[in-house]
Design a protein around this ligand. Structure first.
Ligand SMILES: [Zn+2]
Ligand SMILES: [Zn+2]
Length: 310
């Protein structure tokens, strides 16, 4: 599980920061990539990476501002020519369906794969045997969602060496033990599964927020997250400006991470008013409050390592 930043700028594209798009790479977990937002030229950014558009399984749109969605029609169309045959599901606020359908219809673009567009409301928006995803509304003038991706705990691994030493032979008994069932050996001994299965592997939590003012729902979404990705359009001393334009400062992002007891914070959606020389300063403003903070850059990757079991 890795997070890859395709675009980390706010509002308009800049030379060093394209507009927003973040890829959650779940290649080991499910052979898939999930995209969060798709600003203009996201598909161009993807060309510089190892990400295969045909692997994109889900696209989560935080809100309908242009810097988060203008890349969608192009990316969806091109995917047809890049070997994409599998279903893509797009989640987003009301209006996303019309935006996609009208763009594709007017440009006479026909997709060679099925697409499902789900206009979401707050709450649980997706669940399967691996993940749950919860969405909550933030505060941004228009509907802007934050997403909390929770990986489910996985059963522990079978302690094969210990089983072999006890005299249990590989085969159906191993499967039963892994499934938590007791096994009675031919000599009458009873094998208790809990003694032969390692501790469950704790699932990881990644929280990706849309544009927002500082708000309580951001804290709830980021509770105990391994990684919180939070917009920081402005520097710490521009709180009034951030409030006026429904954005956050570096410091506010750090305070949210601290309140939520997140493990790591990554700042993104950086205004183009700040150039390369300012970035370390922006990061330092947040580090003062929340030490495990990094500022994102285009093409940066953050690995989400497995959680230590308690
Ligand atoms: Zn934005
Ligand atoms: Zn916005």
């Amino acid at each position: 599980m890795d997070v890859f930043f395709l675009g980390t700028g706010a509002g308009v594209p800049a030379k060093l920061r394209n507009v927003t798009s973040i890829a959650l790479k779940l290649l080991e977990e499910r052979g898939a990539v999930w995209l969060f937002d798709c600003g203009e030229a996201t598909q161009h950014q993807i060309l510089h990476t190892s990400i295969k558009p045909r692997r994109i399984e889900k696209i989560f749109i935080t809100h309908l501002h242009g810097d988060h969605i203008y890349g969608l029609p192009g990316l969806l169309s091109s995917r047809s020519f890049q070997g994409g045959e599998s279903l893509v599901t797009v989640y987003g606020p009301a209006g996303i369906k019309e935006f996609i359908e009208v763009s594709l219809k007017i440009s006479k673009s026909y997709l060679k794969y099925p697409i499902e567009i789900i206009e979401i409301e707050e709450g649980l928006i997706f669940e399967d045997d691996q993940f749950t995803i919860e969405a909550r509304l933030l505060v941004h003038g228009i509907a802007s969602f934050g997403y909390r991706v929770v990986e489910k705990d996985r059963p522990g691994t079978l302690l094969a060496d210990k089983l072999a030493a006890t005299g249990v032979k590989p085969g159906p008994d191993y499967k039963k033990i892994k499934n938590g069932e007791e096994v009675i050996l031919e000599d009458g001994r009873v094998i208790h599964p809990e003694e032969f299965v390692g501790p469950p592997q704790k699932g990881r939590i990644v929280t990706i927020l849309g544009d927002t003012r500082v708000c309580e729902n951001a804290v709830l979404l980021a509770d105990d997250a391994d990684l919180l990705i939070h917009e920081a359009t402005f520097s710490a001393d521009e709180e009034a400006l951030a409030h006026e334009y429904f954005h956050s400062t570096t410091l506010q992002a750090a305070e949210t991470a601290l309140k939520a007891r997140a493990k790591k914070l990554c700042l993104t959606h950086i205004s183009s008013r700040y150039d390369r020389n300012d970035w370390k300063q922006l990061e330092a403003e947040a580090v003062k409050v929340f030490s495990n903070t990094v500022i994102s850059e285009d093409f940066m990757e953050i690995g989400i390592s497995l959680r230590m079991t308690d």
